[in-house]
Design a protein around this ligand. Sequence first.
Ligand code: UD1
Length: 381
Amino acid sequence: MTHPAAKRIVLAFGTRPEATKMAPVHSAIGAHPGLTPLILSTGQQRQMLDEALAVFGLTPDEDLQVMTDRQTLADLTGRIVPQAGKMLREMGADMVLVHGDTTTSFCVALSAFYEGIPVGHVEAGLRSGSMREPFPEEANRRLTGVLSDLDFAPTPGSAANLRREGKGELGLFVTGQTAVDAVREVAGRMSLRPEWQAKLDGGQRLVTVTMHRRENLPMMPEMAQALADVARAHPDTHFVYPVHLNPAVQEAVRPALSGLPNFELTDPLDYAQMAPLMAASALLATDSGGLQEEGAALGVPVAVLRNVTERPEGLEAGVLTLAGNDPDHLRAVLDRLLSDEAELLRMRSARNPYGDGQAAQRIAQAVAWHFGLAQRPQDWA
Ligand code: UD1
């Protein structure tokens, strides 16, 4: 039973990947008798966020409903900052936890700072080193780090980035990545869609594709064309690409990729379908951040459709490879990987550098420690 004087910990987020990675944190905080978890959704992504939460049986306690069609970053910022501050006050927040690098994260952290509410930053300290890639995420995570009181770095490398920027030891924890907790839990309890299982049974390989980043939008039609060429060259492989609901992404990729027999364009998949699809794939080709960690956690090789990554541990371990966003280069990299089973096997056997599945537990303990309710947790690594 939760104690009436329990500290009110508001988990604030607004996009699909944040929901997935914060769900294990919600459950670990809920398991502590001195802490009450509450969810504040900004609604930055309306449908995709709700679907992501439903997989974990969660619904927001409060919702700012900020999403508009083709919203700009300035629109979002102008709506979230004043509304989040007012709502955090009404919710009686003792602490706010934000995640990663979205516009929601930075804006809620800024509101909480203005309200004098301590901020914990989950997935802190990732850096690509390039302010424009990913855009605007590299700026969002740096700005959030300036405002945060507690920093939950997923790896020793991300903690080192924060130390370099002058963050002190007291509020800094190496927890592992909560995506590892989430993907293992969901891939373990859900099964692969029957039509994809049938492809595997028929001897085809599966490749999961995602591509949605803002900085990739200008070359996305040509990147999609390159993916179509790779699919034509590998008829033994069935590609599944759940296309982001952003209309700009839909318009960029559908012309080149529609109508191929072995390239399936689907609506966004909820995590209950996505996690087993990734687990059954021979390769993930993606410009997403989260899929890089999920691939590593599941032992599935990842071709990263970006020029830089803020997740260098996966490159060092050998489970990630940078394919870039130049269409000719990414065509060559994907073609080579899909023709080289031995290389895919080597990538599959890489060590997972992102965590042990206990990250959320460590974060909850660190929050309890902040309020004098628990011992300081041991770092993961
Ligand atoms: C945002 C995050 C990015 C994350 C991605 C995951 C920022 C700056 N970027 O980027 O880090 O990887 O989410 O999805 O915060 N839309 C819908 N329905 C939805 C979701 C989106 O229609 O459920 C449409 C809307 O028209 C919206 C557009 O997609 O305007 C773009 O969504 P938005 O959240 O603004 O940015 P992303 O580029 O998805």
